[in-house]
Design a protein around this ligand. Structure first.
Ligand SMILES: Cc1cc2nc3c(=O)[nH]c(=O)nc-3n(C[C@H](O)[C@H](O)[C@H](O)COP(=O)(O)O)c2cc1C
Length: 176
């Protein structure tokens, strides 16, 4: 049975990681944004995996997105989004005791508290339980400020694929 990976992205990096996690999990798993995911897709999945970018040690807010949009003069097309913010989507999840995993993208650093802790807190509030520790995938800043952009560090896509594989193995071991 597949995994559903639900993600949010501003500059595209978290989308790439989400795709690799789904690929690593296998079984026709899919990576979907909050406007693409449906209750049917969630019901079909063995596990829900949720990821987002880190904004101010949490996940994006209307304020953080507005801040970046103002900075970039609303030129950046990936700022246009159809679905709810990931944090809003998480807050509307139906109660479930199903398994979950969470990840974020973030800068590599000693103080690195990533957005995945905010994701996990919301998933736990809906009843879910996590079966692997939250994972952070590393980006570096492009330009002078965080709002200028980010790109993945070398090797992170492979690490994302391997993380997806390890979650599949964990789900398998739990069902034995
Ligand atoms: C407004 C803003 C705040 C950010 N705050 C943090 C932070 O507190 N910690 C961190 O590691 N990265 C921070 N970043 C960098 C993001 O982690 C990075 O932009 C993100 O991982 C890129 O993912 P995306 O391409 O999917 O948007 C911030 C970026 C922006 C734009």
């Amino acid at each position: 049975m597949p995994a559903v990976v639900v993600f949010e992205t501003l500059f595209g990096n978290t989308a790439l990681i989400a795709g690799k996690v789904a690929e690593g999990y296998g079984d026709d798993s899919v990576a979907l944004t909050t406007d693409e995911v449906t209750p049917e897709a969630l019901a079909r999945a063995d596990i829900l995996i949720v990821g987002g970018p880190t904004h101010s040690m949490s996940i994006p807010t209307e304020d953080s997105l507005d801040f970046v949009a103002r900075h970039r003069h609303r030129e950046h097309t990936s700022l246009k989004r159809g679905g709810p913010l990931l944090r809003e989507w998480l807050d509307t999840l139906e109660h479930s005791e199903g398994p979950v995993a969470a990840f974020d993208t973030r800068y590599r650093g000693p103080d690195g508290r990533g957005g995945s802790s905010s994701i996990l807190r919301r998933l736990r509030a809906a009843g879910y339980h996590h079966i692997v520790p939250a994972e952070g995938f590393y980006v570096e800043q492009v330009g002078e400020k965080p709002e200028d952009g980010a790109r993945l560090l070398h090797g992170e896509l492979d690490r994302a694929r391997a993380w997806g594989e390890s979650i599949a193995a964990k789900v398998e071991s739990l069902s034995d």
